[in-house]
Design a protein around this ligand. Structure first.
Ligand code: ADP
Ligand code: MG
Length: 247
């Protein structure tokens, strides 16, 4: 049997009377690159919030590599191997690209990581290796403040990978980027997909088509459908909720 990185059953998150996630079922194999799309308010960000422990489910089962994440604190989930990149880059502008990466690598050799991370599953990344992966080797000694928006996004992906997570969660990585930078980010994610499991949330359909093998469509807190980009785009239910967006 192929080991699952995530198995989620009947996941419900209620905010007062409103269900941001409603009996959501989802499963993903180790090593998959999965794209999640869906209209605004579909529950995409809430879904990632549950996976990082930021939001507690009202109901349901959430297993990461067979271990339950319910009531597990955020820092512990991070140490178990789930890393998240937020939409806005959070890099240290006064530090160089190299210093930003060094900082993450060194802080993750700390006590907490050693305590909770029994077997490091992803290989330990060197700074030079990371710089190559994100295509910033030529800018290693430049302060992050002088990077373009796209380069900052790439640096933050590097900082995420530096933590050696098994599962990367990436929320809207190409919002506001040029076509060229969008393609760069796509190549980086495809490259990382050979050694990580990755969930990407994105609105940009061109980008989704560039990198997606399997797409999950969320709608009103549940999975509406799942399949290849072509299957999903031709699904009448998706056309209905997405009218004008995917066509
Ligand atoms: P998406 O990322 O797909 O646009 P979200 O997960 O951000 O959707 O939100 C799903 C729904 O849940 C939205 O209607 C949003 O207003 C609501 N929601 C999200 N977080 C909260 C919260 N903390 N309190 C109340 N409602 C929330
Ligand atoms: Mg969102």
């Amino acid at each position: 049997m192929i080991e699952k990185i995530l198995e989620i059953q009947n996941l419900t998150v209620s905010f007062d009377d409103f269900k941001a996630l409603n009996n959501l079922n989802f499963s993903m194999d180790i090593g998959e690159l999965r794209l999640i799309i869906g209209p605004n308010g579909a529950g995409k960000t809430t879904f990632l919030d549950v996976l990082t422990g930021k939001v507690q489910p009202t109901k349901g089962k959430v297993l990461f590599r067979g271990k339950s994440l319910i009531k597990t604190p955020e820092y512990k989930i991070a140490c178990m191997g789930i890393g998240r990149k937020f939409q806005t880059p959070r890099v240290y502008l006064n530090l160089t690209v190299r210093e930003n990466l060094d900082l993450v690598i060194n802080s993750h050799k700390g006590v907490i990581a050693t305590l909770f991370r029994k077997v490091p599953t992803a290989e330990t990344r060197s700074v030079v290796g990371l710089l190559r992966t994100i295509g910033l080797i030529g800018k290693a000694n430049i302060k992050a403040a002088f990077l373009s928006h796209g380069e900052k996004q790439r640096l933050e992906i590097g900082m995420l990978v530096a933590q050696s997570p098994d599962l990367l969660l990436i929320d809207e990585p190409v919002a506001g980027l040029t076509d060229e930078e969008t393609e760069n980010i796509g190549s980086i994610l495809l490259n990382l997909a050979s050694s990580h499991s990755i969930i990407v949330i994105e609105h940009d359909m061109e980008f989704v088509r560039q990198i997606a093998e399997r797409v999950t469509v969320l709608h009103q807190g549940s999975v509406l459908c799942e399949g290849t980009m072509d299957e999903v785009q031709n699904d009448p239910r998706v056309r209905e909720v997405y009218l004008g967006v995917s066509e």
